[in-house]
Design a protein around this ligand. Structure first.
Ligand SMILES: Cc1cc2nc3c(=O)[nH]c(=O)nc-3n(C[C@H](O)[C@H](O)[C@H](O)COP(=O)(O)O)c2cc1C
Length: 171
């Protein structure tokens, strides 16, 4: 897809069909994450974890409902991509790096005609002792810091209604 079209279609999607994301698209989204920039060449600081196991995804919704009264924090998306820090992360850069990695995935999803949304809320609210983390059995030191939920949606080909209203200052 032409790049400006991808930008026009980029938007946060909070409703998905039950159709799974194909293996080909899942790999393309991971590849997009691997093309991102990262501060200080610190590739060792991050790990990308893709989650399609319905049991694990369901655990997030159940725990969200029971612990914090929010059962739809990942909007029933069939694919969740976790951007994780490792023990080698540089704390001063992790927020920037994770945001950039997430945006690569988010834009690639638009390019593929998929819907997606960048998510921090469930990671913060469910915390480090969350049931989904126990079920994932991630290697020692690998902890999610940001996520992107991805899936199919009839809204994928609808342009975003508005752009941001940031101040733009020209000197
Ligand atoms: C770093 C970051 C974290 C976000 N976390 C959440 C979240 O936990 N839950 C949610 O519904 N939306 C989340 N969003 C989506 C924003 O709320 C969304 O970008 C905003 O609604 C603007 O809509 P748009 O992306 O369609 O322009 C997050 C976005 C970013 C960039």
């Amino acid at each position: 897809m032409e790049f400006d079209k991808v930008l026009q279609l980029r938007k946060s999607i909070r409703s998905y069909t039950e159709e799974p994301v194909s293996e080909e698209d899942r790999k393309a989204l991971v590849h997009a994450a691997l093309t991102s920039s990262v501060g200080h060449h610190n590739d060792k600081g991050y790990a990308i974890v893709t989650v399609t196991d319905p049991k694990v995804l369901h655990l997030i919704s159940t725990e969200g409902g029971e612990k914090v009264g929010k059962p739809h924090m990942i909007y029933e998306a069939p694919l969740l991509i976790l951007i994780c820090r490792t023990e080698d992360v540089m704390e001063s850069l992790e927020g920037f790096d994770a945001g950039i990695i997430a945006e690569h995935i988010h834009l690639k999803a638009s390019d593929l005609g998929l819907g997606s949304i960048i998510l921090f809320g469930f990671i913060r609210l469910l915390g480090k002792d969350a049931e989904y983390l126990k079920a994932l059995h991630l290697p020692e030191g690998i902890t999610p810091i940001l996520a992107v939920a991805v899936g199919h949606t009839p809204l994928a080909d609808k342009p975003r209604k508005e752009n941001r209203h940031f101040q733009v200052i020209e000197r």
